[in-house]
Design a protein around this ligand. Structure first.
Ligand SMILES: *[C@@H]1O[C@H](CO)[C@@H](O)[C@H](O)[C@H]1NC(C)=O
Ligand SMILES: *[C@@H]1O[C@H](CO)[C@@H](O)[C@H](O)[C@H]1NC(C)=O
Length: 262
């Protein structure tokens, strides 16, 4: 009896000793948690409530504010060494090569195309980029929409076609991203959209998040190629997996923001 008690105490003790396993992981209800979607640059620098990305492409001091905001956020992606303390091993992963135990997949900044800091994220060319990120939830495993014949009815057609056109089934193990104008007028003003990496989502090999040293959340860069200037455009972006619910009220699993280019 006493021996059993001691071993339980020891087990609990060692569980709590491992700093990489959060205590609340033991709470099963957290496993079902819906990850939220976030975006950058953050418009909150002047006004806490704002979700408006407003800039003048012809005014360098003006758009640089947004570029600097993005640069600050992406700093750790460009110099991952800052996070690592020597023991971390980041690996180049692929859909055929998920990370082994203890390995962490790197995030390649080269796949962001025009959405690179060298190109000022194309703010000066009227084609601004934003970055999307899923909140980290320890142990969360996406349930993918990986069957083109079984996609939700409210998924945008563009994304359905995109998934249907992917020829390697492995690559459909992705948490998809879609961005759209909220209303028909917004869709028209927003114009064409490019996604980087071109898989248009967060590749499955980044999940589950296990708090590995050096782990960086994967990002999707979204570029609005030819948005109309002089008008506020309402945009909504969504992340797609069976275990991500879209709730309009609290906007879990989706983000809303407005774009205004002067
Ligand atoms: C350019 O932007 C800065 C910062 O937003 C602003 O103070 C300045 O008046 C702008 N210049 C012009 C010519 O609009
Ligand atoms: C994918 O397939 C559809 C037809 O099923 C086509 O219209 C579309 O242009 C293709 N390419 C992309 C990138 O969606």
């Amino acid at each position: 009896m006493l021996a059993a008690l001691v071993s339980i105490c020891m087990w609990v003790f060692f569980q709590t000793l491992d700093p990489r396993i959060p205590k609340w992981q033991l709470d099963r209800s957290m496993i079902g948690t819906n990850p939220g979607l976030g975006f950058r640059p953050m418009p909150t620098q002047d006004n806490i409530e704002s979700t408006l990305i407003w800039f003048q492409a012809s005014n360098k001091t003006n758009y640089l504010k947004w570029v600097e905001n993005l640069k600050g956020f992406l700093d750790k992606y460009y110099t991952p060494g800052k996070l690592e303390k020597g023991t971390a091993t980041t690996t180049r992963c692929s859909y055929d090569q998920f990370p082994k135990n203890g390995e962490v997949c790197d995030v390649d900044v080269k796949v962001w195309g025009s959405c690179s800091r060298e190109k000022f994220f194309d703010y000066h060319r009227n084609s601004p980029c934003i970055f999307l990120k899923l909140n980290k939830i320890y142990g969360w495993v996406p349930e993918y929409y990986n069957d083109p014949r079984d996609l939700p009815h409210d998924m945008p057609l563009q994304l359905k076609y995109h998934i249907g056109n992917i020829t390697e089934p492995n690559k459909r193990n992705t948490v998809w991203i879609s961005c759209e104008g909220e209303n028909p007028a917004d869709v028209e003003y927003l114009g064409p959209i490019a996604y980087y990496p071109d898989i248009q989502g967060f590749p499955g090999y980044y999940y589950p998040y296990k708090n590995g040293e050096g782990y960086l959340s994967p990002l999707v860069a979204v570029q609005f190629l030819r948005p109309t200037s002089g008008i506020v455009i309402n945009i909504e972006c969504k992340a797609w997996a069976r275990n991500i619910k879209h709730n309009r009220a609290d906007r879990i699993g989706s983000v809303h923001f407005e774009l205004l280019i002067d």
